[in-house]
Design a protein around this ligand. Sequence first.
Ligand code: DLL
Length: 431
Amino acid sequence: MYNPEIEAMDREEIAGLQLERLKETVKRCEEKVPFYRKRLRDAGLSWKDINTLDDVEKLPFTTKEDLRDNYPFGMFAVPIRDIIRIHESSGATGQPTVVGYTVKDIDVWSELMARSIVAGMGEKSDIIQVAYGYGLFTGGLGFHYGVERLGASAIPISCGNTKRQIRVMVDLGTTILCCTPSYALFIAETAAEMGVDFKQLKLKSGIFGAEPWSDQMRDKVERVLNLSAFDVYGLSEVMGPGVSIECEQKNGLHIFEDAFLAETINPETGDRLPTGEQGELVFTTLNKEGLPLIRYRTKDITALDDTPCGCGRTHVRMRKVRGRTDDMLIIRGVNVFPSQIDAVLMEIEGVPPHYQLIVEREAGLDILEVQIELSDEMFSDRIRGLEEWQEVIRDEIQSYLGIGVKVILVEPRSIARSEGKALRVIDNREV
Ligand code: DLL
């Protein structure tokens, strides 16, 4: 369901479509959502002031706090009888946020998910194992509806029960695996323990997302699972998975611009950044009925790229998300994203993929400890070489980040595995 008409429109045509839909969205928000009516009135604005795409810059931002303040349904633009599905954002901290979808919203989402799966090598004849969690999390059902819309076969296995995942993969001949990248590695590890060889399986691609992962981790995932791995991005507030996806060029994720208007801003000042500069990603939804959002601040850090792509799609790309403004660690004044450490670790030969970052404050000084879990072989065979290896890792991280870190090697299986989003950072500093 690659939609060449929409996905390969020329840039001017896309801008025209976006402007028309932007006006409709702002009008809808103004007329149907008291929160937005007031916000726009306070800013002295109305949908009638939107005459060019750049006028979006005049509009106020929406934040997660706004959704929380209007919990549960205060930001919906339709009465609850028109909502056919409710999801909740997975936010680990504070009050959850609730999102609602109309019949048309589910239709659009299914279509975008089908288009995402096609970008990730999917076609009607595929058997697609959906190992994202089903339930309030948008991953499972989002993919499920996309697979059905495409007309492929969905295996709605959800996350967890890892041995069964592998048995299903072997017996049913899964061709595409969908889950978080950290869960994909856990599946690979379990398969190895069971003596299953991925070279004997029919897997051709994996559509992995919901958490940051580096290109180096992609190499690892592709190698151990013997498939082609695609990054998929999304967030519940804006829709769920399927906001953007990589194509075969794997050089950024195409944003579905017929449904979302993307900007990047300086997270401190809120000023819009020129295309290509890294900043916080902001989305305005263009065809959502239930929960339309104006300039929603995602807190995700990336840069946009509107240069032509070899795949023929013309929709703007975003670079792989590097982290979130709220999980950036400031260690002795230096900004550190967990994804930078991921990238360094994955480059070093033989580093197992399970690690955790622990931040402590000792005598007023921030200490960043990188705990790396040893594999069984390393634990038993290489005990003598380990000290040197530990130093190599420490030096690599230090020279990349420019700050001192502690590297600790821990026993096999001592770091908790995740079936969904991995918990990489434990910050024990008091705020
Ligand atoms: O994680 C939706 C999703 C499900 C995306 C399945 C992809 C696959 P939330 O639980 O609301 O929604 O979390 C959204 O997760 O703001 C990012 O910080 C992070 N995130 C999602 N996809 C990626 C990705 C789903 N590909 C939050 N790379 C977002 C990096 C990602 N971070």
